[in-house]
Design a protein around this ligand. Structure first.
Ligand code: KE4
Length: 431
């Protein structure tokens, strides 16, 4: 009852009873589960039920929930005061960490969310090139700034609002839409908008239309096309940054971007985003240059403490990446084996520790094929897995995140729940 009472109260005072649409369970039906606490790979709802968690706060909790060293750093920093509106040592340490780990980034600016990081990166690309148009890919999600809410992914796609109300024609006309993994669609847009494209922005692994891997060579081709046309390449690494490897997608795919955006993992669970680039680009950012961007709580010392603790552990224990990839491979293989035995058509995509189960017989290689997934079946799968103590993202077009706190036993329990869930689905459906 506690959950229902909370939800009833929430619905009265918050749209959909949530502070972010994709949490609303609108895509899967039923009441969202209110969480009381979390520890390691587990989360616990307000009625005391335990779940193995693959949302991981949508990516930030790569070390698992309530990591003792992160909690300790936050408590210690909080003891010195919460926010000063003045520079602090923690901001310098964070900037030194990011610029020393991420290739091609000489300087970085901290902000408070991935949306803010992307919004600022786009403004910076426009400032640097003097051009206005931005090429993005259908199904990619880059936060909810007006420039980016055009054929977006994640919750916008889930709730069928890829072109949000309130985004005016003026904004939409500067967003040019290409197809993920289709370099010709990018070339055509450059041809049709000669000298007008400031940048191409991409999720180097698309993780907001479910998980879609870049075709071999695609990112390198994209960089070459940007260079040829005098446009910047923006890697939106809000999900992939410090996730695919310590240095993120640039290292993982050996492709250099001009501007990189970050979020999630760098905040260790606190509200943090960042954008960075080589010096000649970042010197345009106020107060050095004429591109203005600001934020009351940017570089907040408590948020920096959490991010520094998490990044430091990842830097010192890089074997974590091999561990979480191995666990993700166990999930991928297990899902495929179970579905094959039950003759249920699914496509499982995985890059490093990012996994997604699509209910389609197609190979999911872009937005068009991602959309062939049977979202009603996904909703059934989600609900059955939740009943069996497994917390997946409540939407097909999201990723499963594996953390360093997940164990082999967690994966085995997850696969046992998947077998039970898919068997029940099989009984009820004719494929
Ligand atoms: P935030 O503003 O939500 O911190 O970051 C926006 C963002 C930017 N770029 C990428 C690649 C992202 O995935 C995101 C946000 N991701 C979603 C999950 N797919 C956040 C979850 C939500 O909207 O509640």
């Amino acid at each position: 009852m506690m959950n229902s009472n909370l939800y009833k109260r929430a619905l009265k005072v918050m749209p959909g009873g949530v502070n972010s649409p994709v949490r609303s369970f609108k895509a899967v039906g039923g009441e969202p589960v209110f969480i009381k606490r979390a520890e390691g790979s587990k989360i616990y709802d307000v009625e005391g039920r335990e779940y193995i968690d693959y949302v991981c706060s949508w990516g930030p909790m790569i070390l698992g929930h309530n990591h003792p060293e992160i909690a300790k750093s936050v408590m210690e920093a909080a003891g010195n005061g919460l926010s000063f509106g003045a520079p602090t040592e923690n901001e310098v340490i964070m900037a030194e960490l990011i610029t020393s780990i991420v290739p091609g980034i000489d300087m970085v600016r901290m902000v408070n969310s991935g949306t803010e990081a992307v919004m600022s990166a786009i403004r910076l690309a426009r400032a640097f090139t003097g051009r206005g148009k931005i090429i993005k890919f259908e199904g990619c999600y880059h936060g909810h700034s007006d420039s980016m809410l055009v054929k977006a992914g994640s919750g916008a796609l889930t709730l069928s609002h890829p072109d949000s109300l309130g985004v005016t024609e003026e904004f939409a006309r500067n967003a040019l839409i290409a197809d993920y993994n289709d370099i010709e669609s990018v070339n055509r847009l450059f041809e049709q908008n000669k000298g007008e494209v400031a940048a191409v922005i991409i999720e180097p692994v698309a993780a907001n239309m479910g998980v879609v891997c870049p075709r071999k060579g695609f990112l390198a081709e994209l960089k070459a096309v940007c260079d040829k046309n005098g446009a910047l390449l923006i890697f939106d690494e809000v999900i992939t940054g410090f996730r695919l490897s310590l240095s993120g997608a640039q290292e993982y795919f050996n492709v250099k971007a001009d501007i990189v955006t970050f979020g999630k993992i760098i905040g260790g669970g606190m509200p943090v985003g960042a954008y960075g680039a080589r010096r000649e680009i970042m010197e345009l950012v106020a107060p050095l240059g004429g591109m203005y961007q600001a934020g009351t709580l940017s570089g907040n010392p408590i948020a920096m403490a959490a991010g520094i603790a998490q990044l430091t552990i990842l830097k010192e224990q890089q074997e974590i990446y091999e561990k979480i990839e191995k666990l993700a491979i166990m999930l991928e293989k297990g899902f495929n084996e179970i579905a094959e035995q039950l003759e249920i058509p699914i496509c499982v995509n995985r890059v490093a520790s990012l996994v997604c189960v699509f209910f389609t017989k197609e190979a999911v290689v872009d937005f068009k094929t991602a959309k062939t997934s049977n979202t009603k079946l996904f909703a059934k799968f989600f609900k059955l897995m939740l009943e069996n103590g497994i917390n997946l993202a409540p939407a097909q077009f999201e990723a499963m995140f594996v953390s360093a706190a997940h164990s082999k036993e967690d994966i085995e329990k997850t696969l046992a729940a998947a077998r039970k869930s898919l068997s029940l689905i099989k009984e009820g459906e004719d494929f």
